[in-house]
Write a protein that binds this ligand. Structure first.
Ligand code: 13P
Length: 279
């Protein structure tokens, strides 16, 4: 495994007019599922984990980095370890110190000026360590792996140029009608807004909430400048579904069958998504 920062992957994607799939990982099987999918397809995949996941799984920043590095020794892939949705800047600093090669500061719960000031602090520290920074403007609806009905609010193009210039951020997550988790209504991406944002932002753009968005819409977004697409809920469901099915099929040696089936199911779903990244 070659571990790089996220800009390396996003710059390559820009040159190739494609995007990189970013998948949330949290344990041995999910790490192996992403690595195997990446190696099989020959396409880089971003491995990401959010502070809420680390907490839920009871693992530390250092442990996840060590795990990825250890398993990475067996795969011919290029990847980065990205912190997804850190709401506290201290979590970004912890991740950088632990060896993450990219972090997202999510300032959507604070006002615009505070978001800018916090992002700048993270950028200064991250860039001193060769680490990439993603930020978010507007607010992507929903919440990680929850049934939350929060629909968020859209990115304002008039905020984008000043934010990018003052913070020096590397890439930007946009809110254009996308939401985390399963959509209750068919998602309607606002492509006119994406166009307006791209016009004022000369950096790679990120689409969160990939679950439930059609392949046609995702590919149109990629053609318009999206360079990273986040997928979690759908992949997470494939993993758990595989686990439960194995339990139903094999009423013995539970963990062995379930882990294998869950990993394979997750990997197939990731391979599917990787195929969408080249319009
Ligand atoms: P989904 O869970 O909707 O695929 O979104 C994932 C995501 O955006 C992680 O940041």
């Amino acid at each position: 495994m070659e571990l790089v920062n996220m800009m390396t992957l996003l710059n390559e994607a820009t040159d190739d007019h494609k995007a990189v799939a970013a998948i949330n990982v949290s344990n041995m099987e999910t790490i192996m599922g992403v690595m195997e999918a990446s190696e099989k397809t020959g396409q880089s995949v971003i491995m990401q984990i959010a502070p809420v996941q680390l907490e839920a799984h009871g693992i530390t920043y250092e442990q996840i980095v060590s795990m990825i590095k250890l398993f990475g020794k067996s795969y011919q892939i290029k990847t980065c370890i990205h912190l997804d949705h850190a709401m506290a800047i201290d979590d970004c600093f912890k991740a950088i110190d632990a060896g993450f090669t990219s972090v997202m500061y999510d300032g959507t719960l604070v006002d615009f000026e505070t978001n800018m000031a916090h992002t700048k602090k993270v950028v200064d520290y991250a860039h001193g360590h060769g680490v990439t920074v993603e930020a978010e403007l507007g607010k992507v609806g929903g919440s990680e792996a929850s049934e939350d009905e929060d629909m968020g609010y859209k990115t304002r193009p008039e905020d984008v140029a000043v934010f990018v210039e003052r913070t020096g951020v590397d890439c930007l997550a946009v809110a254009i009608g996308n939401a985390h988790g399963f959509y209750t209504l068919e998602p309607q991406l606002d492509f006119a807004l994406l166009h307006a944002i791209k016009d004022v932002a000369d950096i790679p753009l990120v689409l969160h909430g990939g679950t439930g968005i059609s392949v046609a819409d995702i590919q149109q977004a990629i053609q318009m400048g999206i360079r990273k697409v986040n997928f979690f809920t759908e992949i997470d469901r494939a993993y758990v579904k595989g686990f439960v099915e194995a339990y139903e099929e094999n009423k013995k040696i539970y963990m062995m069958h379930a882990s294998e089936k869950a990993r394979q199911a997750m990997m197939q779903e990731i391979i599917n998504k990787i195929g969408w990244m080249r319009p």
